[in-house]
Design a protein around this ligand. Sequence first.
Ligand code: PLP
Length: 449
Amino acid sequence: MPTAPSDPRRRIPRTDDLLTLPEVAAASASLSRPVVTGIIRGVQDRARAGAITPEDVQAEVVRLVTGRTPSALRPVLNATGVIIHTNLGRAPLSAAARAAIADAAGYTDVEMDLGTGKRSRRGTQARAALLQRMPDAEDAFVVNNGAAALVLATTALAFDRDVIISRGQFVEIGAGFRLSDLMESTGARLREVGTTNRTRLEDYADAIGEGTGAILVVHPSNFRLEGFTGVPPLNDVAALAHERGVPLIVDVGSGQFEPDAALPEEPSIAEALRAGADVVLASGDKLMGGPQAGVLAGRADTVAQLSRHPLARAVRVDKLTLAALEATLLGPTPPVLAALHADPAELRRRTEALADAVHGAAPNAGVVEHEGRVGGGGGTGVPLPGWALRLPTRLADPLRSGEVPVVGRVADGACLIDLRCIPEDQDQVLAEQIIAAAAPAESTEEKGS
Ligand SMILES: *Cc1c(COP(=O)(O)O)cnc(C)c1O
């Protein structure tokens, strides 16, 4: 439909003219051409639809290109007190791991022995670092994530055979994702034993037969069975498995190397190996505190069988992950473990300092006791004593959409800001974000009163 001369749509600036604006030209240095023209077209379309005036198009384009980076993922301050927050990317990496990723980003010796110039086993360095932390493991292999480790182990050890698993360990790991569905999709048959609350050693023993591929013990990492419950000790399951010549796979989930007094019920890789597991599976980005990865560790022959399986190639881990994992293990305490062991007195001191820093903008912000959590992937339900700054709930939205997004915990009629997962060198930035979020709202209120 031709537009009438008076039609305001005729006043919408043309793409070529917008592209020559200095701000747009500058943004084109860090953004691809299709991204820039996509932003321009989007704004023009909004003007055509009457959502903005043609006169606003230029300013809107400048606003959008100026804030745009090639990756839209943004660093967030996690003020929830939940250490492993899947929606926030699970484990934040240590400075050492971040630096290792940057170094490995170009060409790197991930599969080359620089001494001989010959091809080497992929990820030798990360494997060595893992074995140093897991002296009970004869060998280790890294894949893309914990789920991939489970798929690989069950496929390589139990394809077209039964995987015996206790009924109480049929876990759904989140967002409707069930481990049982995952394993069945690989062609292993699940053979449930016991009842939801109790499984005995005889239940395992009775289920072992000709068609058994493996016994799988899964740590129910995101729920707790309480009351009249029980599973046999892992030692006994391992002894049974060995006696009957069946491999034992133990999925500990969280990736905790050794028992930790802070999480008394959390299984560790070391305990599972010492109990006699043939292969132990764990995630890299839970309590290990590293990048997304799946670690398989255990007997040399079992690990070799898994790593040589054709599926291993499809779940191969990339060089950035290997670099970050190695650096997580060899570098200083990763943030996840620092947050887990944070001293409550120290958290209180920082929270009180934060309350002082934001007092002008949020005079009623109080310091309250607040329990942190390990979150997705370990220490289910274990409270971690700490403190939070109590802000009005209405600040939650502006804090999330501020210049540096801050995600607090909305509960008990407040927006709670817990410093456990915030690096101390970010306390100042956090205070600025709170002041920015609180200031306009407070001043409106004052005007109204
Ligand atoms: C988290 C978890 C998984 C899945 O690991 P991802 O690294 O998320 O793929 C599998 N099993 C258990 C017991 C877990 O806790």
